[in-house]
Design a protein around this ligand. Sequence first.
Ligand SMILES: [Ca+2]
Ligand SMILES: [Ca+2]
Length: 558
Amino acid sequence: MRRVATFLSLGALVLAASRGDRAGSGATGPAASADPAVFWNNATVYFLLTDRFQNGDPGNDQALGRARDGAVLRSFLGGDLAGVRQKLEEGYFDSLGVTAIWLTPFLEQIHAGVDEGTGKTYGFHGYWTRDWTAVDPALGTEDDLRALVDEAHRRGIRVLMDAIINHTGPVTAQDPQWPDDWVRTSPQCHYQDYATTVHCTLVRNLPDILTDRNAPVELPAALREKWEREGRLDREVSELDAFFRRTGYPRAPRYHVIKWLTDWVREFGFDGYRIDTAKHFEESVSAELKREASLALADWKRANPDKAIDTLPFYMVGEVYGYEPSQGRGYNFGDRTVDFFAYGYDGLINFGFKRDAAGSLDDAFARYAATLRTGALRGVAILNYLSSHDDGSPYDPDRTDPLGAGTRLLLAPGGAQIYYGDELARPLRIAGAVGDANLRGLMNWDDLARGGATALVLRHWRRLGQFRRAHPAVGAGEHRRLQATPYIFSRTLETDGLVDRVLVAMDQGEGAKTIRVFGVFPDGAELTDAYSGERGTVTNGAISLTTDFGLVLLSERR
Ligand SMILES: [Ca+2]
Ligand SMILES: [Ca+2]
């Protein structure tokens, strides 16, 4: 029940800004906007793999008798929900300017391990659901989950649930296949067109839920028996009855899953979903899921007015693999183009960012800002990333320039997804690991504890993250290049009576420097450099500062 650092919460920032107080580390700003697209395009989303982040409770490490007999980095390794809460309480996410945490799925996973060709693997990643109504005991309990979400909300940090409706977990000797009227087990997808992307199994032995069927189905016997053993069969069945009575939906597979997924929103107050494998089931199903999830969050907010951060509606960001903003609103399956934003998605993950970030920075910044503000993506959001849990070609896989990476990601228009450890240059190549296991190492807290270079990397990401959180113009403002070399640009956001202006100067020399402000700020304006904490006054169209850094993040002192 600690309330430390509540001054960093969004609600408090709005108050602080209206009172003219300073907030953050030398940065001042108007903070949150009530416009969802502005909020999510300026969001900093911290994506973490719960099993690999922090072990807060060694007591659950051996849950379900799962052994650590998987291939390298392919067993459950102890991280849990209590560990995430621990880092919340330490203020780790506040210090990075994080506005939302995206957790890998926490639902009960298949119990055994399987080999997909990369060695024996357990469901430590969370994408192999066995029971949509239970927390995996290796990650903790419902109480752990509630404590995590509540602690995040107390700090003004939203929590996104990673939602899967496309498939069950793989079948093993311990994990029976769902009945044939629930799933298909063939053909395997070969991604040539819509049908071979949607009505098929993503990989071998990953049963695909029959999301296109409306015929009523019975609960799988294995699930009934499990719930019976757990003493909650009657409750689960009567809840399902009530759901189908209320909605009038047929008792088809997808509506069961929609009921189960939205229960977590209604009971715990998740602020949004990150939708897994969004292009592998019918887009109309996404719209149905969004509708029920929005009702669920509204119910939770009504029941928990003291816990709700604000009135921002339920948010849904999709993993449409291969989507990038240059495609506009249409994703092309080959034989069909789908506008996912018309089916409940407020945002899509940007799979082109890592490439764009390696090219001309101003080209990418200008193009993104224009698309989001006045172009095809006006009113919706994108989520940029440099590395992720399953992108085998991350930006800078050897972590040769973790400072430059942070600058590119956190100053880009659009939402920023920090993948756990981006901010600590966590290694993405690990001896003995095969395939995506390389991307899923244990969080390198040890490197941080040793200080040195890792601590300096984190310091850089923290300064940028706090600047971003304090200034919605960074992610959602109009972009103007003011000077090519050394690079100077401004971002300006004017909306709902909110005016936010920032000016960023890169590649400056260390020590004394004079930076032209190109009329972004008038003579006499008092500016703060959020990177160094130094202050100065605009004189003859320029500001003189002495700082130890090449990066300058200017905004007006209020
Ligand atoms: Ca643990
Ligand atoms: Ca499918």
